[in-house]
Write a protein that binds this ligand. Structure first.
Ligand SMILES: [Zn+2]
Ligand SMILES: [Zn+2]
Length: 425
């Protein structure tokens, strides 16, 4: 009776704390390798759609693990398919590969001294967003899971994606092209996970948000047509500069008077305005470009619709004409609330409960959103700030720095999320 009682307590405890996979030896063995890969990739960064050497290293690693490997996906992408010993669902894990045109200023033994050409200019190349850590972490996850195929109920698809920061002008690339080339098909991925290292979140901490997490980014172009005249006789013409000012004002009222900002944040920014040549001429035309950031599909549709209505209407009210075109850059990185709820116990188990924290939405953008448009996904942030520090340089800066000691938690999180997800009904 007593024994039965103890057994049933153990059973309840296992149910409460989730499955344990006895991977501590695997994790111990992988940490140094992940750090070595990360440093090598950091020292040899490559720009978007040019990740040739990085892709080669990944493909070589996956093949050495006996993982079915596809190369040249969306230019330089690599996809690995690992079938577990047991049949089941397919989970996708994504890492991005590309670096940025930034000259590194850190004093590191593995500092980048690489230079390249970007838009006709000679630039330094640096992993200034931490994608080197994402690649190394996912290579580590691949090794741990390949060594534990008996624990995998289903298939894990490792998606190493180029050009997250955006392909060079005139080229396709990134998550959108990966999806277009069928990365989520054959075998069909039923959920996808990804992470982003964060330089200003302490090592050991994971932050997440359910729902809209990173914004949809759109760009817009507005062309205003007036009627040129002498600057001293505005009544003889139509002033496109004045119309532009009214349009900017009108656009900001969509945010301040129409968008429900208690729901999610939204931003319209006019980033450039060009018109006129000298002080005493009212010019013929004006052009403005800018960006829209939204975190909710309904708000995105409303803001887009109202911008399309308002811009020509305002111009018309002042006797001119205006057109607006809106272009998608990335979609909303939308974390499926059910998937987040299902995976939270896993994150708490690997990181420790208080180290898993909720966070506010970010108005920056991520092309992981394109996978989430097709299948439920969960994208979270991993701490990369040196323990004890309270300040760190932001991403995309020459002093951006990630502490290696944060990487192992990323390996554990993605490994156990995959196993738990595949083991769930
Ligand atoms: Zn970035
Ligand atoms: Zn990034």
């Amino acid at each position: 009776m007593k024994n039965l009682f103890i057994i049933s307590i153990m059973f309840v405890a296992c149910g409460l704390f989730g499955q344990q996979y006895e991977l501590s030896k695997d994790y111990e063995a992988i940490e140094d390798k992940v750090i070595t890969w990360r440093r090598d990739i950091h020292q040899n960064p490559e720009l978007s759609n040019r990740e040739f050497k990085t892709a080669e290293k990944i493909a070589k690693h996956l093949k050495s693990l006996g993982i079915e490997t596809q190369t040249g996906v969306a230019h330089t992408g690599v996809v690995g398919i690992l079938k577990g010993d047991l049949p089941g669902k397919v989970v996708g894990l994504r890492a991005d590969l590309d670096a940025l045109p930034v000259m590194e200023r850190n004093d590191l033994p593995f500092k980048s001294t690489v230079t390249s050409e970007f838009l006709g200019e000679k630039v330094g190349v640096m992993h200034a967003c931490g994608h080197d850590t994402h690649t190394a972490i996912l290579m580590g996850v691949a090794e741990v899971l390949a060594n534990n195929k008996d624990k995998i109920r289903g298939t894990v698809k490792f998606i190493f994606q180029p050009a997250e920061e955006g392909p060079p002008p005139g080229e396709e690339g990134g998550a959108l092209l990966m999806v277009k080339e069928g990365v989520l098909k054959n075998p069909d991925v039923s959920a996808i996970f990804g992470l982003h290292i964060n330089s200003q979140t302490p090592v050991g901490v994971i932050r997440y948000k359910a729902g809209g997490t990173l914004a949809a980014a759109q760009s817009f172009t507005i062309k205003v047509k007036g009627k040129q005249t002498h600057g001293s006789q505005p009544w003889s013409g139509v002033d496109p500069i004045l119309i532009s000012a009214k349009i900017i004002d009108g656009l900001q009222t969509i945010i301040s008077r129409e968008a429900n900002l208690t729901n999610e944040a939204a931003v319209i920014t006019v980033g450039k305005i060009k018109s006129g040549v000298r002080f005493n001429i009212i010019p013929e035309s004006a052009e403005m470009i800018g960006t829209i950031r939204t975190l909710d599909y309904g708000m995105k549709d409303h803001i887009n619709k109202r911008m399309m209505e308002m811009v020509p209407a305002i111009a018309k009210a002042y006797g001119g004409e205006a057109t607006i075109s809106i272009k998608d850059a990335t979609d909303i990185t939308f974390n499926d609330p059910d998937l987040v709820a299902a995976m939270l116990p896993t994150l708490e188990r690997v990181a420790g409960g208080t180290n898993v924290q909720t966070q506010k939405a970010v108005t920056g953008a991520e092309d992981f959103s394109y996978y989430q448009r097709e299948v439920p996904g969960f994208f979270f942030f991993l701490g990369g700030m040196t323990p004890g520090n309270t300040e760190a340089y932001p991403h995309h800066t020459p002093d951006f720095l990630i502490d290696d000691s944060g990487l192992l938690l990323g390996v554990k999180a993605l490994t156990e999320m995959s196993l738990d997800y595949l083991n769930s009904k």
